[in-house]
Design a protein around this ligand. Structure first.
Ligand code: NAX
Length: 328
């Protein structure tokens, strides 16, 4: 049997964790023939709940699950890890300022980055889900000087999938026949879902986007504010769709993106499309051989440029804030 892949999931007892772990264990993330060993990290108060989840994982008797270990210490949780899903984060509490939120998360993602640096396997790949995801990825990476920055990514796949679903609903085109969509920038309400390079069935995305009233009045805000709409309807934030997006992000990273298409992921900028170097921003990306590549050479018109710049400016100001706090 192949050697199991070590997968560390933080925030394992949370709602995304609950929607995620069973699918990873069932082989949906790395493939049906790849055994996984789960390493769950929680805060001490939630370890008991994580133990309950581990009991349920046992009870599924998944053929691809080689074992489950539970930790409340990041140093141990990331030992030998090949894939790290950083889901647990500090949510914004009532009256909490942005700087407080960034500082609280710095206290989580700094030590986790350090633990990954010191203990993870040399092929480690990291997906940050916990918000503010892009800046948390930046913080973790800054604490892992021995791990290439390309290995730290932030989840934009849920936004990407939300955009696909909206275009599908608008045009009646099956999702499988929509390609070339991009989410640019930050995982926040400033993100820019870009239809201009897409193909929707047999129609260029630019044609769908030509209805500017729908584009600016419905499509862009619906995608960008979908998280809030889910909370309003469900009384809780997105969980199953977020878990699904995390699985798809890692699956594509490990196994490659679909031929002739790209997806969106928060990856470190080397200055592509004018995004300042070092920011973890969403770009159009393909994956082959376990590495993301930014799709280059797309023409960006004024409409898109303005929106990309606004979201990237927000990322730059988050970086400035965490620099000011000494977190990067
Ligand atoms: P929950 O509050 O249900 O679960 C979070 C879990 O993390 C809790 O069990 C908590 O004990 C644990 N935790 C907190 N600090 C920890 C630490 N230092 N080490 C290990 N575990 C820790 O939140 P959930 O709904 O699961 O969401 C998790 C995160 O995902 C949140 O930050 C949320 O904002 C973010 N999201 C990101 C999305 C994205 O697209 N990037 C979309 C979905 C989601 O909103």
């Amino acid at each position: 049997m192949t050697e199991p892949v070590n997968v560390t999931v933080t925030g394992a007892a949370g709602q995304i964790g609950y929607a995620l772990l069973f699918r990873i264990a069932a082989g949906e993330m790395l493939g049906p023939d790849v055994p996984v060993r789960l390493r769950l990290l929680e805060i001490p108060a939630a370890v008991k709940a994580a133990e309950g989840t581990a009991m349920e994982l046992d009870d599924c008797a998944f053929g691809t699950l080689a074992g489950v270990d539970i930790f409340d210490d990041p140093v141990k949780a990331f030992e030998g890890t090949n894939v790290a899903l950083l889901v647990g984060a500090r949510p914004r509490g009532p009256g909490m300022e942005r700087a407080d939120l960034l500082e609280a998360n710095g206290g989580i993602f700094g030590p986790q980055g350090r633990a990954i640096n010191d203990g993870a396997a040399s092929d480690v790949r990291v997906l940050v889900v916990g918000n503010p995801a892009n800046t948390n990825a930046l913080i973790a990476s800054a604490h892992a000087p021995d791990v290439p920055p390309e290995r730290f990514t932030a989840m934009m796949r849920l936004d990407h999938n939300r955009a696909l679903a909206q275009v599908s609903a608008r045009t009646g085109t099956p999702v499988s026949r929509i390609s070339g969509l991009t989410i640019w920038g930050n995982h926040s309400s400033t993100q820019y879902p870009d239809l201009f390079h897409a193909t929707v069935g047999d129609v260029p995305g630019a044609e769908v986007a030509a209805d500017t009233e729908w584009l600016t009045g419905t499509f862009i805000p619906t995608v960008a504010k979908r998280g809030a709409a889910i909370i309003e309807a469900r009384g809780a934030s997105s969980a199953a769709s977020a878990a699904n997006a995390a699985i798809e992000h890692v699956r594509d990273w490990a196994l490659g993106t679909r031929e002739g298409d790209w997806t969106s992921a928060g990856v470190v900028s080397r200055g592509e499309y004018g995004v300042p170097e070092g920011l973890v921003s969403s770009f159009p990306v393909t994956s082959a051989g376990g590495d993301w590549q930014i799709v280059e050479g797309l023409e960006i018109d004024e409409f898109s440029r303005e929106r990309i710049d606004a979201s990237v400016a927000e990322l730059a100001s988050e970086r400035e804030a965490v620099q000011g706090l000494g977190l990067v």
